[in-house]
Design a protein around this ligand. Structure first.
Ligand SMILES: CC(C)(COP(=O)(O)OP(=O)(O)OC[C@H]1O[C@@H](n2cnc3c(N)ncnc32)[C@H](O)[C@@H]1OP(=O)(O)O)[C@@H](O)C(=O)NCCC(=O)NCCS
Ligand SMILES: CC(=O)OP(=O)(O)O
Length: 336
């Protein structure tokens, strides 16, 4: 899909050190090697060195350029990271012993590399659950000072020649915030719009999704979405957004024109904001598994530094793509 090739090409032009916390997983190794081949990196694989070396030998890639290994059990960095973990978590009653054990967990170790400035961004989640992956990022890297919250989105690459004529969209939040209130939903929409502009270079049009379009149903869950739209429009009046919209009204021009006449967004939304994580997580997996989209993410937004997640169902290609996205987040460029 050309949008993914474009992401990789742009990432290859912007060197960034990406650390992968599941360096022993064959998909992660293959994805990392493909990213290096495409010109991205450098890359560090974190995990048990013997297992990682066995994977590299199997891939005939021992001694690959720009690839390093960090085994938290033996790394000279582990002691300093245990002290850093203790500093970050002592207000929660964490002891030095617990911190020393936690720093040896590859998820925490990789996030601590980023926190300490030893790497530019981290990726996990091919093996670990999203909860564990995101918790390490929240606890070790933390929210950016100017962010309302940390949320996530999927970059959805539609199959080439899709009848809609679309190539890529942003779906948020399909991975992190379980039951956002109206204010949180508005913040997720604003963050997702900024991510759309940053990663795809597309002008965002935000569809606030619901089971109702423009008052076709009355329910407190619909009111949450219209309240979120009002907050979004108050705080970001320049952002094109509309709601509440059903998926067809947001995506299909004819249906948008008939269900939401006069809306510039209905039928043309490229940033779809789901009302909660049930809808978002189920929705992106249906688009991926039945619709044939490539789903890159969950990409986290609102963190102080980049840390991203994967689905446990990911492929090596997904790993390469999220390395590209993490690289682009780590090396933001001024708009020209
Ligand atoms: C992400 C998740 C693990 C956070 O859970 P949690 O119980 O709040 O985790 P923690 O308490 O360890 O949070 C760590 C810190 O981050 C903060 N935090 C949690 N969610 C946050 C958010 N969205 N934005 C900013 N900070 C957040 C917490 O307040 C906490 O701060 P503290 O350490 O100063 O107290 C939880 O929201 C979750 O499980 N989400 C769903 C993940 C999932 O299963 N997705 C489906 C598959 S993709
Ligand atoms: C994003 C997601 O749903 O992750 P997993 O499939 O690993 O639960």
């Amino acid at each position: 899909m050309s949008v993914l090739r474009d992401l990789q090409t742009r990432a290859a032009a912007r060197p960034a050190h990406i650390v992968l916390s599941e360096g022993h997983d064959p998909r992660v190794v293959a994805g990392a090697l493909a990213a290096l081949d495409a010109g991205m990196g450098p890359i560090t694989l974190v995990g048990p060195a013997a297992e990682i070396n066995a994977q590299l030998a199997r891939a005939d890639a021992t001694g690959a350029k720009a690839l390093t290994i960090q085994d938290p059990e033996t790394s000279p960095l582990t002691e300093a990271y245990a002290a850093l973990y203790f500093e970050l978590r002592k207000h929660k009653g964490v002891s030095e012993d617990v911190a020393a054990r936690a720093a040896r967990d590859p998820l925490n170790f990789a996030a601590l590399m980023v926190r300490n400035g030893d790497a530019d961004g981290t990726v996990g989640g091919a093996v670990a659950t999203t909860s564990d992956t995101v918790r390490a990022a929240l606890q070790m890297i933390g929210k950016a000072p100017d962010a309302a919250l940390v949320s996530s989105f999927f970059l959805m690459a539609l199959p080439d020649g899709h009848p809609s004529g679309r190539s890529a969209m942003v779906f948020g939040d399909c991975g992190l915030v379980i039951d956002p209130d109206a204010g949180e939903l508005a913040a997720i929409a604003a963050q997702s719009a900024a991510s759309c502009a940053q990663l795809l270079g597309d002008a965002p049009k935000i569809g606030m999704l619901s089971f109702s379009t423009k008052g076709s149903a009355r329910h407190e869950r619909v009111t949450k979405v219209t309240d979120a739209l009002a907050i979004l429009q108050r705080d970001h009046p320049h952002l094109p957004a509309d709601g509440e919209l059903q998926f067809d009204a947001a995506f299909v021009p004819d249906v948008g024109a008939s269900k939401a006449p006069g809306s510039d967004v209905a039928g043309h939304a490229n940033v779809l904001i789901f009302p909660n994580l049930d809808a978002g997580n189920i929705g992106y997996k249906i688009a991926q598994r039945i619709g044939g989209c490539d789903a890159i993410g969950p990409v986290l937004q609102g963190l102080a530094r980049p840390a991203n997640d994967l689905s446990r169902g990911c492929t090596a290609q997904d790993v390469t793509n999220i390395i590209a996205v993490t690289t682009l987040q780590a090396t933001p460029q001024e708009p020209s």
